[in-house]
Design a protein around this ligand. Structure first.
Ligand SMILES: O=C(O)C(=O)C[C@]1(C(=O)O)C=C[C@@H](O)C=C1
Length: 90
């Protein structure tokens, strides 16, 4: 059955509501990831280690690249930057 224009607009609106919910879930997951990541970083630094572990970062990035290609790499790198904090330099 063909959609009328108003039905199509209502469908788009309902789908956008779902997208908004998914985006909110993603932001909550990023915050949770950041908290866990900072706990690991704090623990490592308390025992004399560095804030960053680039070998681990490569392992974090790899599955994102496998799933989403170049954009996956970019997502993973942005996530790591958020989780490290802007001031992290080592
Ligand atoms: O897994 C660690 O060792 C972390 O410190 C967490 C994390 C991450 O957010 O995934 C953050 C910084 C490190 O450079 C590597 C990974």
């Amino acid at each position: 059955m063909a959609h009328t224009e108003s039905t199509a607009l209502a469908d788009v609106s309902a789908l956008r509501d779902q997208l908004d919910l998914v985006d909110a879930e993603i932001r909550a997951l990023v915050e949770r990831r950041r908290d866990l990541s900072r706990e690991v970083q704090r623990t490592r630094m308390l025992t004399g280690g560095t804030r960053t572990d680039f070998t681990r970062e490569m392992r974090v990035i790899s599955p994102y690249t496998e799933s989403f290609g170049r954009q996956g790499t970019a997502i993973a790198m942005a996530l790591l930057e958020i989780c490290r904090g802007a001031s992290a330099s080592r």
